[in-house]
Design a protein. Structure first.
Lengths: 931, 565
């Protein structure tokens, strides 16, 4: 109740003060009538730790997700690519790594309202800023802990109409092809693997058969298929075109843009005419539109209207098995099609990847995004000097219709009798008509309201900027979901004396629907101090233009408790039905006690401290350095380590976990011009290292097994110390018992960490890093000479590990295929001249499951530090004499290449997208003109 | 005036926007809060169902995916190397990792039972009492009766869940009411005798109050809820385990007598107000395990029915059947246990043998799913084929024949896991009587001898094996009981537990054998019955599962680990 009153009183006071001035009847604007300049809007006088990239520097690529393009562009922002599939390639994004073992969803604000990043295109972006420290994040209060990304879209500038036109077209091809052995390699190693299992040389494929595989003379019965090559084309094309108009006068400024991209996917088109099948599943088109208008109605009232949206049309295969199959299906399982054109399969391998692609129908997504904002502004300087109000409302919506065409396909297997006659036999499946009946709909909407009062004055040497605002947000996901609600107050007070000493107090008092009634709101204060040393009289270093130090500290929160909604309340959940009835026709729904509610549940508290130093030297070199420490308390955990299972409860969440995180960022930019030659160098590097301080961990039998005290996501694995070379070694009394399976020569030998004579779960040790890098950064180079320019953008990551597993690395795993690395296997058949005991880097082969070898160990752990040339552009700017003849102001043509080079410590796979739909390398030619 | 209107408008707007806690309140709960559950008949019934559904955690179907726990005994080998049974078979299960660890999930189930029993105590006041109309009165009385039955059934379930825990872990803490964390830390393990006595006493005290027959009582839609027979069957199994060598090292004969008495009570159980026996042995062994007999047959005492499906068939159909994956493959060890009849010939090993063999197991040359099975080397189901059975046999029991497994129009069938069937009572009785009195003993109380009980099973219409000769001694008859139990109850999740309670765990460590059948040039077949498929591991400590180490760590002073773990 108290909260309610505070808010009501504050807002009433503010608004009544305004309305009582009698200005309600008039309405007015924004292209702001700033009577006094506000020094706090410039970076020089900002006390926040934040980094940004200008929209012009974000280079579009064949793949279309905006967040992927931010790799290495913003200090402290880690972007981990997850797939190359357009529309499905949203990366994992972290700001300053992780400071929790729970969710790390980052908030995205577009033009001041919560929205999303990936529907936007680079063309419409003015600037993207990442907020990192407490004082920058204070306004977001209960939702600020994971960091915020602010996007500003382009706006019109007063002046004559400017028309921009851009077109680009290019080709792209996959950069990572997985290396599996061909049929000959597969069959040869299969003989060895099965012999290993049977204990003596007992080949499954005869030498004659191996010879046929080798010379490929019988592709129907001795096929050799690279399934990924069959499923994906080696090349696809893409096109992009956009046009923008902007301009304005004294009262109205406008910016409009239309952007169209067509990025067909790499999936092979179909040329099988045997059965009814889908022609192609390649469509990916995206149309973006934007219209931003600023209107100044008079000296007091202004209006800002933003509309931005996207319409996407995407095809996808209906089958989800395709890449699982290409990763596992042996090259000699069956040919793609039988000699009569029917889809081939076998009882052991009943699914054909190509048939899954073309014979099972397709999904067609129609996605629509729309953000529309309306902001009213009142400059009340006429009445109270420095006072202004703004009232904004924003609606963000996402809708997706998924039309599903389903179908089955008939699988045939060829047989050949002694006379050499070939027959194809149906072994399963059917060939029905396409079923178009399925359609799924998915819709999310967000309503945001933001009411703000600002007071800004410059009194001689004193500068003051204070604001208070009320925010409300309602996020709804279609279906049986309750809305996500947030509301509260936020604001700040900034003060500067003589352009030398700065102070800022920022705060939020806001809440979430996800917390109990007595605890819905929290207060999130932060404080920052700054000193611009270079403005001091005593500072007399002419080469240093700017030297600023700043320090900030404060607390922000997180109330997003993962999938747990309303953790304060115990609910009974509907569970499986109890089937009853003598005629098997009745059932009773069941109710079971769910997770116990914790009435004291609260938001996570993230205490953030930051020290920053900014300098600029010789007007050419800018350096920013930030050092941070943060500690998150009250992370939700279930107290598994304490409550005995015999209580029988589903343990409640409690605010007990703690994670600390520390690190630094360095940003450097250098611009220089020597006659006709000019260049820019931009670089950033970020380091963040976290540690779980507490997480109610279960008691463990050895100290080194504890996750507490180690980074979030620390990998644990057995330490492989070579391979068993003989039964004598295995049976030696000194050799620990390998308890995961009965071992034989050639199996992995592990180190007995606790010396108890048994290799088991107690021998796992922390190894490598987590999969999220501790170090990430980027390097951006720009060169121009006369009319030519050259741009190169790199990004990289380090201190990052992954544990490989499954068919990608385990030969014959689940009847799967064989990776190239298996050629280095341990093998010992002296009669056949095979002895790799001394050189082996891979355990002995087996067609069975091997619980000893196929498990997390140092053998499968890879360090994946890498450095990638993400974008390279060579441009030519036509001179005025040419452009003027074409009625243009500017004209640039350019060649662009993306993902041209990658240096990685992991040699076997691409460091980011190991398997599935690959990342692409692209080459394109483009043109940008301005009229 | 204008200003006043403006102020009012503003104030209204503000109130709307700053409702504060109301602003952040969705004002509805999607799910039920605890105080909304025990308020009427429907929700109380659903809460009782919430106690029932935990049966799935101890069911033989789907507890280990689509495989069967038989693969972790000498009955079968699992074709899929990543199946959970492999961890047992290679002996790599322990207090940190145990694929059959149900410790926590059973206590969750027990809490659901206790919550129901505690919160429904006042059911007569909770149920809507309409005493004005006679229809209302009737409905109230009927609902009272139904909830009363549920209360006994949930008590039965609680006993059953305790039994399932004790059979695995040995004596475990008995939880008779909902407890707090602090209380839990003080509760030690009861010993095995206490646990089994608890189960027996619970069942004995409730069974007479339970429904005998849902169909006869005109509640056919409730068929499948626990009955008096179910409680007696649990009591029978618990008393048999209690008397067995593992838990009765001093061989206290009175425990065997108790077991015989309970089994006899169940065998003699009559329909309510009738002299007709409640249960009867089915005449048809092979159809007993297929729907609808698997739930509505005269022999079925307690079962859990699952939805229509073909995943079990897809898992375990022979590899030569499209969509089949071999899955659970019976061992030669089990095949050898089927009694050979006079005239048996090693060159035709599957003829002239206990007919239950081919009703349970698919053998080479037999006809199944409309085709001849070729598990000989080179055959389409042959042991040399990738993904084929490694034992040379395929599973038949439980699997519906002739289901299409590929394509859009697949066949499906109903599955029910039978926890208790009538025949088990005869096996329990025969074993207990033999241990207490010998094979041929009868008196006024025990009117049927152990031998007669076994013959009843052997003389099922479509089994029809010769009667057992009289005059055997206890030891000779014991082997016959054990073989009969092994064969009759194959794949029904008994074998691993029977071996343990008989103190014959070493048999779980014997190599699994399969057959290798070679087709000679003259099309005759040669059999190698001594092919080792897998070496197994069993050690002394494995008679009992280890208590999960995480539980020991929470309460090391009170909760003690089983020996040798």
């Amino acid at each position: 109740m108290r909260n309610k009153n505070i808010i009501k009183q504050l807002l009433s006071l503010l608004l009544l003060a305004a309305f009582n001035q009698g200005i309600y009847a008039q309405i007015l604007s924004d292209t702001l009538i700033v009577k006094e300049s506000n020094p706090f809007t410039t970076d020089k006088y900002s006390l926040s730790a934040k980094s940004s990239v200008a929209g012009n520097n974000i280079r579009g690529q064949a793949e279309s997700s905006l967040s992927n393009l931010l790799s290495g562009r913003i200090a402290g922002l880690t972007v981990m690519h997850s797939s190359g599939l357009p529309g499905e390639n949203t990366p994992q994004v972290f700001i300053r790594g992780k400071s929790t073992y729970m969710g790390t969803d980052i908030l995205v604000y577009v033009d001041g309202f919560e929205s999303s990043l990936d529907f936007l295109v680079p063309e419409e972006i003015e600037k993207i800023t990442v907020l990192k420290d407490a004082v920058a994040l204070a306004p977001y209060g209960i939702r600020g802990a994971n960091g915020v990304i602010l996007v500003e879209t382009k706006r019109g500038q007063s002046g004559s109409l400017k028309i921009g036109v851009g077109v680009k077209t290019g080709l792209s091809n996959p950069i990572n092809k997985l290396d599996f052995l061909d049929s000959y390699g597969y069959a040869s190693l299969y003989n060895e693997a099965i012999s290993n299992d049977l204990g003596k040389w007992s080949p499954y494929y005869t030498d004659d058969e191996l010879a046929i595989y080798k010379n490929g003379s019988d592709p129907s019965f001795y096929p050799n298929v690279n399934w990924l090559d069959e499923v994906l084309k080696s090349q696809t094309h893409f096109e992009e075109a956009n046009i923008s108009l902007q301009g304005g006068g004294s009262n109205v400024n406008y910016y409009t843009m239309v952007n169209f991209t067509n990025t067909p996917q790499l999936f092979q088109t179909n040329n099988n005419s045997f059965a009814k099948s889908i022609k192609s599943v390649n469509a990916y088109t995206k149309l973006n539109v934007r219209g931003n208008i600023d209107v100044k109605i008079n000296d007091i009232f202004g209006i800002k209207v933003n509309m931005g949206g996207a319409v996407l049309n995407i095809d996808a295969p209906n089958s989800s098995k395709i890449f699982t199959l290409t990763n596992s299906l042996p090259p000699n399982a069956f040919p793609v099609t039988n000699i009569d054109g029917s889809w081939a399969a076998s009882p052991t391998y009943p699914d054909n990847p190509l048939a899954e692609l073309h014979g099972t129908g397709k999904k067609n997504y129609h996605k629509r995004y729309l953000q529309s904002d309306l902001v009213l502004r009142q400059d009340l300087s006429q009445f109270i000097k420095g006072l202004s109000f703004s009232e904004g409302i924003s609606f963000w919506g996402y809708g997706n219709t998924e039309d599903i065409t389903t179908k089955d396909y008939q699988r045939y297997q060829m047989t050949r009798n002694d006379q050499g006659e070939v027959a194809t036999n149906l072994i399963g499946g059917s060939n029905p008509e396409f079923d178009l009946s399925q359609s799924l709909k998915d819709q999310t909407t967000r309503l945001s309201i933001d009411l703000k009062a600002n007071y800004m004055r410059n009194f001689d040497k004193h500068h003051l900027d204070a604001s208070i605002a009320y925010m409300y947000s309602k996020y709804t996901i279609s279906g049986n979901n309750l809305a996500y609600l947030n509301a509260g107050l936020y604001g700040n007070v900034k003060y500067m004396f003589d352009s030398r000493y700065l102070a800022e107090f920022a705060y939020a008092y806001n809440g979430s629907e996800n917390l109990p009634n007595n605890n819905k709101y929290g207060f999130f204060p932060s404080m920052a101090l700054g000193w611009i040393v270079s403005e001091e009289n005593f500072f007399n270093v002419p080469s240093i233009d700017l030297l600023k130090v700043r320090i900030s500290g404060g607390m922000v929160g997180n109330s997003d408790l993962g999938s747990t909604r309303f953790g304060y309340q115990t609910y009974y959940n509907s569970s499986t039905k109890l089937n009853l009835g003598s005629a098997a026709n009745s059932s009773i729904s069941s109710l079971i006690e769910g997770k116990l509610g914790n009435p004291y549940i609260s938001y996570e508290k993230n205490y953030k401290y930051n020290f920053g130093l900014e300098t600029r030297i010789l007007k050419k070199i800018s350096i920013a350095f930030d050092l941070f420490y943060e500690k998150r308390k009250g992370i939700l955990a279930t107290n598994e380590s304490k409550v005995p299972a015999i209580v029988g409860i589903n343990l409640p969440y409690e605010n007990i976990g703690e994670v600390s995180n520390k690190g630094f960022e360095v940003e450097l930019t250098h611009n220089n011009r020597i006659n006709d030659f000019s260049y820019t160098i931009g670089g950033n590097i970020a380091f963040a290292k976290n540690k779980i301080d507490y997480q109610a961990e279960v008691l463990r039998s050895e100290n080194y097994l504890y996750r507490t005290g180690r980074p979030v996501g620390q990998q644990f694995a057995l330490e492989a110390i070579g391979f068993f070379n003989s039964w004598e070694e295995i049976n030696d009394a000194q050799t620990p018992v390998h308890s995961f399976a009965q071992v034989q020569p050639g199996d992995v030998r592990y180190k007995d960490q606790n010396g108890d004579g048994i290799i088991n779960e107690d021998d796992l040790i922390a190894m490598g890093y987590s999969s999220i890098p501790q170090i990430s950064g980027g390097l951006n180079l720009g060169l121009s000479y006369k009319n030519f320019d050259l741009i190169a953008d790199f990004y990289g990551m380090a201190n990052r590990s992954t544990m490989l597993s499954g068919n990608l690395v385990w030969a014959f795993y689940n009847n799967g295929q064989v990776p190239e690395m298996a050629l280095d296997r341990w093998a010992y058949y002296p009669d056949r001249g095979i002895d790799t005991r001394s050189s082996a880097k891979y355990p002995r082969l087996t067609v069975a499951d091997n619980n000893n070898n196929n498990r997390a160990s140092s053998l499968w752990m890879r360090d994946i530090s890498f450095f990638r040339l993400q974008n390279m552009e060579l441009g030519y700017n036509f001179s005025k004499s040419v452009t003027s003849k074409l009625f243009m102001k500017q004209l640039r043509v350019y060649l662009q290449g993306t993902n041209l080079l990658t240096y990685s410590t992991m040699k076997e796979f691409d460091p980011e997208v190991y398997s599935g739909y690959p990342m692409v390398r692209s080459f394109s030619i483009g043109l940008k003109a301005q009229f | 005036m204008k200003q006043i209107i403006q102020i009012l408008l503003t104030a209204t707007l503000l109130s709307a926007l700053t409702g504060c806690n109301d602003t952040l309140d969705n004002s509805i709960d999607i799910d039920l809060t605890p105080d909304q559950v025990y308020v009427n008949f429907e929700r109380m019934e659903q809460a009782a169902a919430g106690a029932y559904i935990n049966l799935a955690k101890v069911s033989g179907f789907y507890a280990w995916g689509n495989s069967l726990k038989a693969c972790a005994s000498d009955e079968a080998e699992e074709t899929n190397y990543t199946a959970k049974s492999q961890q047992f078979n290679i002996g790599s299960w322990n207090q940190y990792s145990n694929p059959d660890d149900i410790y926590a999930s059973m206590y969750t189930a027990i809490r659901q039972c206790n919550l129901f029993l505690e919160n429904s105590t006042e059911y007569k006041k909770i149920l809507v009492r309409d005493t004005i109309t006679s229809a209302g009165r009737d409905q109230y009385m009927q609902q009272c009766t139904l909830i009363e039955w549920y209360r006994y059934e949930v008590q039965f379930l609680r006993a059953f869940y305790h039994f399932e825990l004790a059979k695995r872990y040995g004596g475990i803490p008995i939880i008779r009411k909902t407890i707090t964390e602090d209380e839990a830390l003080k509760i030690p393990r009861s010993d095995m005798q206490e646990c089994m006595t608890f189960v027996k006493e619970e069942c004995d005290s409730i069974y007479k109050h339970m429904q005998y027959d849902w169909i006869a009582a005109k509640y056919p839609d409730y068929h499948g809820r626990a009955t008096a027979g179910a409680a007696l069957a649990l009591s029978s199994r618990a008393t048999l385990y209690q008397a067995s060598p593992l838990h009765n090292p001093g061989n206290d004969i009175s425990l065997w007598k108790d077991a015989a008495t309970v089994a006899k009570t169940l065998i003699d159980l009559k329909k309510a107000n009738s002299t007709t026996p409640q249960y009867a042995m089915a005449s048809n062994y092979d159809e007993l395990f297929l729907a609808p007999n698997s739930y509505s047959g005269s022999e079925i005492i307690f079962y859990q029915r699952f939805a229509n499906s073909n995943v079990l068939e897809a898992w375990s159909y022979p590899i030569g059947t499209p969509g089949g994956n071999s899955g659970v493959t019976p061992s030669q060890n089990l095949v050898d246990a089927y009694e050979k009849l006079p005239g048996w010939d090693a060159s035709k090993p599957y003829e002239k043998v206990d007919p239950r063999l081919q009703k349970t197991i698919v053998v080479n040359g037999s006809t199944w799913n409309g085709r001849t099975i070729e598990s000989h080397i080179g055959g389409i189901d042959g042991t040399d084929k990738k993904g084929a059975s490694r034992t040379g046999y395929y599973l038949k029991k439980f699997l519906s024949p002739n289901l299409a497994l590929t394509g859009a129009n697949q066949g499906r069938s109903m599955k029910a896991w039978v926890f208790f069937r009538y025949t088990e009572a005869f096996l329990n009785y025969a074993e207990a009587m033999n241990e207490a009195f010998g094979p041929d003993y009868t008196d006024a109380t025990y009117t049927m001898s152990a031998r007669e009980a076994l013959d009843k099973i052997r003389q099922r219409a479509d089994v029809n094996l010769p009667a057992i000769q009289s005059g055997l001694n206890k030891d000779e008859f014991r082997e016959i009981v054990k073989r009969e139990r092994r064969v009759e109850l194959a794949f029904e999740d008994h074998r691993a537990w029977d071996l343990r309670r008989w103190k014959e765990g070493e048999k779980l460590g014997e190599p699994i054998k399969g057959v290798r059948i070679t087709k000679n040039v003259d099309n005759s077949l040669s059999y190698d019955f001594d092919y080792t498929v897998e070496d197994r591991v069993f050690s002394e400590k494995m008679y009992f599962y280890p208590i999960p180490q995480s539980e020991i760590n929470k309460n090391p002073e009170v909760l003690k680990q089983n020996p040798l773990w």
